[in-house]
Structure formats: C-alpha cells, structure tokens
Ligand binder design. Structure first.
Ligand code: FAD
Ligand code: UDP
Length: 374
C-alpha cells in the first residue's frame, strides 16, 4: 500500500494537517507517533479522581485568531476558562502579569497610587509594556519599579526556566508576560480562551477520526521509513534529528514534572502559582481548577526546568536566542534543498516557541498555501 502522505508526529501540527488532507483532499495518510499516545505535548487524561491531567504541563487555549478558534471549535466544546496566575514574592501572592493590583499589594498606598499615575502619564494609551522596555524609562521612580519587577518576577524565574538571564534570550520571551497597565488580572488577553470540555486528547482524536488516516503509535519514523511507501512527508519532530545532527545539536530546554495526589479538596487558590525566587521549581499547577472538578482529592504538579539531554528527557522548548536562530538557519538551507518533498512544521521542526493556536495557524497556512495547491 502506498500512502499519499507520511506524517511524523501526532501533536497539533501533525494532527491539523492529517485532518485537512483527509477531509479536504481525500488523500491517504499514515500518521507515525513515537510515544504510546497521540496528541504530542497537549496530551491529557482523566485520572482516578476524575481530574484531567495535562501530562506535559498545563495547557490553556487562547487566541486572537478567529479562524483558528473556529477551526479548533469544530472538534471540541469549550469550558470558559481565563487563567489568573499568582506569583509568590516577598511572602505575598501577587497577580502576574504584574499590574496595578500587584502594585497595590507590594507598595504602601500613597506610593502605589503615585506609581500608577506615573505609568498612566508616561504610557498614555498603552495597555501593556514588556519589562525590558519599561526598564528603559528615564523616570527615576518608574526605573525603580521596573528594576523591582525585573528582580522579583523575571530574573529568578527566567534563569531557572532557561538557565539564562532575560538579557541572554530574545526579548520576545519575557514580553510574553508584559506589565499590564490596568487592573486586568488575566494571564492572557486574547478574545478567545478555553479548555476543551473533554480534554485535548479527545479534541485531537476527533480531528483524526477519518477512514483515510491510519495511526501507528510507539513507532519512531526512522525505524520504519525504509519499509513504507509514500509520496510526501510532513515532519513535526526535531529538525536537527531529521538531518542526523549535520549542523550540530540544536539546544532545547526540558522540564521534569513531579505529580502529587493529595487528600485535600484544594491545594492552592489558583490553577497556576509561580515561584520566581525560591525553590528549584518554577510553578505549581493544580489541575482541578481548569474544569472545576468536584472531588475530595486533588492532583498537583511541580515543574522543574532542566537541560535537555537527547534520549533522556523531552525537548519541550526551543531556546529563542540569536546563536540558536543562526544554527537553525543552517538547517533551513537543508530543508530548502529537499524542494517540498518533506514539509517541516511545528514547534520542534520550525524551532519556534509556538503556542497551540500558532501551531494550528502555521499548519493551516502550510495546507492552504502549499499542500492544497499541489
Ligand atoms: P508536539 O506537541 O511536540 O508534537 C510533536 C510530536 O512528534 C510528539 O508527539 C513527538 O512524540 C512526535 N515525534 C517527534 N519525533 C518523532 C519521531 N522521530 N518519530 C515519531 N514521532 C515523533 N500552548 C498554549 O497555547 N497554551 C499553553 O498553556 C501552553 N502551555 C504549554 C506548557 C508547556 C510545559 C509546554 C512544553 C508547551 C505549552 N504550550 C502551550 C505549547 C504547545 O504544547 C505547543 O504549541 C504544541 O503542543 C505544539 O505542537 P506540535 O505538534 O508542534 O509539537
Ligand atoms: N516569566 C517570568 N516570571 C513569571 C512568568 C514568566 O520571568 O512569573 C518569563 C520567563 O522567562 C518565561 C517567560 O516569561 O519563560 C514566558 O512565560 P510563559 O508563562 O509564557 O511560559 P510557558 O507557559 O511557555 O512556559
């Protein structure tokens, strides 16, 4: 049997393309996944306490892209969920992104009011500002505030998370969590936000329900590639691995999750609490908050960042910084040489810090601009 497409990886990138190719082009697909389950890092499961556990870290869907939202909504109903994170600093739990409420909790009332007025005066009509931008201010009071936020919210968390200081990374990394010049406590400000009502795994299963899509788990594509016949390949794994590390290993960052089941109704007041300054973990997630699961038990996960070591742990994050982009561009040249016989897409293959909506968006674009035109 000859497949039209061999797709490597069943995360959102591979699954979106499998869905589009099967439904829109009526072509035959073999989807290969090396893990024992589909879904990539979005994989979740219902545990014995009826709580959906996000095995590879907390996932909240958020987007400003209506097209992506409408697309994902074809495969799931949503629970309305808007994430509100607290960060522990100076023995207080303050809202992050740092905002006017956080200022009120940290500084004496008169000084807090003065800082808020200065922010409004200096950043008229600005809703949010990246910390590295705020640090460029010429106003001495605002500079003090910026340094306080940098030291207490960003520096410790970032060095734990990446093993690098904020200045050694692309500024886009810390600007994902800007300073918010209002009392909006939400972590994301996108118009569309939610959690799939019956989990991400079910959403992705729904995407893949098609007679033209054959799925094989527990299979690394390198082990079967010689024995499968196909016209084109879509590859969503690590780009350096595909080319046998021709231009060296691209750096990725990994995580270790320590899960705990506790016989208590709730462990913490929010789904996610960040620990920028103390401990070796960056955050604790309590999963039942995502779905408001009603049980006497709860499940939490401590998130410990660690170096990525090939064959030992998972490559969770590309590391966005200039030297790594330069190394990736050498792989981009190899990709171009393949002349669209293999399409590379997704967080690992594009070496881009995509959120879920950006992953779906990139896959939809690849389908529309290239794959559907062939
Ligand atoms: P992946 O999900 O990594 O899928 C790639 C798949 O390919 C994997 O299943 C892998 O096993 C398989 N594969 C790789 N190599 C091979 C091979 N050789 N053979 C066979 N199979 C192979 N996004 C949000 O929008 N909101 C969030 O709250 C959010 N939280 C996150 C939290 C964490 C801790 C992490 C790590 C990511 C988070 N994301 C979040 C991002 C989200 O996980 C990604 O955007 C999305 O999963 C990327 O999908 P993908 O298909 O590109 O990659
Ligand atoms: N960040 C931080 N302190 C925080 C939250 C985030 O310094 O309390 C920085 C850190 O560098 C982190 C980045 O902002 O890696 C992006 O945070 P986000 O929550 O988007 O990370 P993700 O959920 O992708 O791990």
């Amino acid at each position: 049997m000859k497949y039209d497409f061999l797709i490597v990886g069943s995360g959102l990138a591979g699954s979106t393309l499998a869905e589009r190719i099967a439904n829109k082009l009526d072509k035959k697909i073999l989807l290969i996944e090396k893990r024992e389950h589909i879904g990539g890092n979005c994989y979740d499961y219902l545990n014995e306490y009826n709580i959906y556990i996000h095995k590879y870290g907390p996932h909240i869907f958020h987007t400003m892209n209506k097209k992506v939202w409408d697309y994902a909504s074809k495969f799931t109903e949503w629970i309305n969920f808007e994430l509100k994170v607290l960060a522990v600093i100076k023995d207080k739990k303050v809202p992050v992104p740092f905002n006017f409420n956080s200022i009120d909790m940290i500084f004496p009332p008169k000084y807090a009011k003065k800082l808020q007025e200065l922010l409004i005066l200096h950043y008229r009509n600005v809703k949010k500002i990246p910390i590295l931008k705020l640090r460029e201010t010429n106003n001495p009071e605002l500079k003090k505030l910026a340094d306080f936020i940098y030291d207490n919210i960003f520096y410790g968390y970032t060095t734990k998370q990446w093993g690098l200081s904020p200045l050694e990374l692309d500024s886009s990394v810390t600007s994902r969590v800007p300073i918010v010049l209002s009392r909006d406590d939400r972590y994301f400000h996108d118009p569309y936000q939610g959690i799939p009502k019956f989990g991400y795994t079910q959403m992705i299963e729904n995407m893949l329900k098609h007679k033209n899509i054959e799925i094989t788990t527990n299979t690394d594509f390198k082990d079967i590639i010689e024995n499968v016949k196909f016209n084109k390949m879509i590859y969503t794994g690590k780009v350096d691995e595909f080319f046998d590390y021709l231009h060296g290993e691209l750096p990725y960052r990994s995580l270790r999750f320590e899960f705990k089941d506790l016989k208590t109704e709730t462990f913490q007041e929010r789904a996610i609490i960040n620990y920028p300054n103390d401990f070796n973990y960056t955050r604790i997630t309590e999963f039942k908050h995502f779905t408001e699961a009603k049980t006497e038990f709860t499940t939490i996960a401590y998130e410990y960042p660690e170096s990525y070591i090939k064959g030992y742990n998972e490559p969770y994050y590309p590391i966005p910084r200039q030297t790594n982009h330069e190394q990736f561009s050498k792989y981009q040249i190899e990709i171009n040489k393949l002349n669209n016989t293999v399409y590379f897409i997704g967080r690992l293959a594009d070496y881009k810090y995509y959120n879920m909506d950006q992953t779906i968006g990139a896959a939809l674009l690849l389908f529309e601009k290239k794959i559907s035109k062939e």
